[in-house]
Design a protein around this ligand. Structure first.
Ligand SMILES: Cc1cc2nc3c(=O)[nH]c(=O)nc-3n(C[C@H](O)[C@H](O)[C@H](O)COP(=O)(O)OP(=O)(O)OC[C@H]3O[C@@H](n4cnc5c(N)ncnc54)[C@H](O)[C@@H]3O)c2cc1C
Length: 343
């Protein structure tokens, strides 16, 4: 059967030629969905001097990468990015389009959805597909104040589009033996036609990039107050990481909500997640169990966090964390006495 719309397209988000991890995570998930319905996976790479990302997309699982390389696409701007995305979608006619639910991804997805005769399911946390012949995308996301999961279908129109939260899906291992096609798509837009100009980037010192962090030291209610986060920050800095938090800490005003991990916060996948004074409620753990290694520090040996931790330290964080900091600074292995191992 010849389908008018075919293939699953993933938008590869990049900044200064470096891809956001969510791009490879979504290509991994697209590959899993594609296997179910016998479809191909396409990557859409936009930017300036970003051909290497088209190749990377293939290493991460794409069969084909559409490359739109143009000076006006150097920095993300809604107008040139949405115009070129629409051109590619209209030419290629993918049956599904997946975009990371990042600031830029949400902006782009909303902008293109207003021009395409189809719907957009925003901020999904589960993606599946019905087998042939329906090939319907099953896009699920929390609804009604996160009390239930809603699965949203776009039955009549194509492409079926969704944004998906970073950190939820696992990227496939990068495989340099994978081969695929890179197709350059011509794009003609003049700088004068674009209403917005990027003059400068300001680094927000307080902004934390939890989703891309390799190490997160997260604090919970057990750390007792905002001053506890200063100690956690020292440990995070030593490990080259950032500070995360459970929701009560945000609600108490101990730390900004951009640090929150969990169901209503960020979903993270660092190499190392250190949970300090966090009990392990499911609304928290749902956002961090994709971490490679989880270390929990809690004074209660029965705290549920130890059920998801690979390593546990039972003890008062006010003893354990300064000791870890001291040991790391001294470059020596930890000594017994600061806490007992739970696992
Ligand atoms: C709809 C909904 C969405 C939610 N979304 C989120 C979310 O996104 N993220 C989130 O985190 N929560 C979320 N929650 C809240 C969640 O249910 C829990 O209430 C919350 O995660 C508990 O935070 P906590 O572990 O920091 O605090 P607590 O459950 O109070 O745990 C504190 C822990 O610290 C330990 N402790 C105390 N003192 C010390 C010490 N000196 N040394 C070592 N350990 C110590 C205690 O033993 C305890 O285990 C949500 C709830 C709802 C209903």
């Amino acid at each position: 059967m010849e389908l008018e719309y075919q293939g699953i397209m993933v938008w590869v988000e990049q900044r200064d030629g470096i891809a956001k991890p969510v791009s490879w995570q979504l290509i991994g998930q697209a590959r899993r969905l594609a296997e179910k319905i016998g479809a191909e996976v396409f990557a859409l790479v936009q930017g300036h001097q970003v051909e290497h990302l088209a190749q990377e997309a293939i290493y991460y699982g794409a069969d084909r990468a559409y490359l739109v390389d143009h000076p006006v696409l150097k920095d993300y701007r809604t107008q040139p990015y949405s115009v070129s995305t629409l051109e590619v979608i209209r030419q290629v006619k993918p049956e599904i389009v997946l975009i990371g639910a990042t600031y830029q991804g949400r902006d782009l997805a909303g902008a293109i959805a207003t021009h395409l005769p189809t719907g957009l399911t925003a901020d999904t946390t589960m993606l599946d597909v019905e087998p042939n012949p329906s090939r319907l995308l099953l896009a699920s996301r929390p609804a009604f104040s996160e009390k239930l999961m809603a699965t949203i279908l776009c039955k009549k129109y194509k492409p079926q589009m969704a944004t998906a939260r970073p950190g939820i899906f696992e990227a496939l291992p990068r495989d340099e033996s994978r081969t695929g096609q890179i197709l350059r798509v011509p794009f003609d837009m003049k700088e004068e036609e674009i209403a917005t100009k990027v003059l400068q980037f300001y680094q927000d010192e307080e902004r934390v990039n939890l989703e891309d962090a390799q190490v997160i030291v997260a604090g919970g209610r057990g750390i007792g107050g905002p001053e506890g986060f200063a100690v956690l920050k020292e440990l995070a800095d030593l490990l080259g990481g950032v500070v995360g938090a459970s929701r009560p800490c945000v609600e108490q005003g101990w730390i900004k909500n951009t640090h929150q991990v969990g169901q209503t916060g960020k979903t993270v996948r660092p190499k190392l997640y250190i949970a300090v004074g966090i009990s392990g409620a499911v609304q928290h753990t749902i956002g961090m169990t994709g971490s490679d290694v989880i270390v929990a520090i809690n004074k209660d040996p029965n705290a549920p966090i130890f059920n998801v931790a690979h390593y546990g330290i039972v003890g008062d964080w006010q003893q354990v964390v300064p000791e870890l900091i001291r040991v790391i600074k001294a470059g020596k292995p930890a000594v017994a006495g600061a806490g007992g191992a739970a696992k």
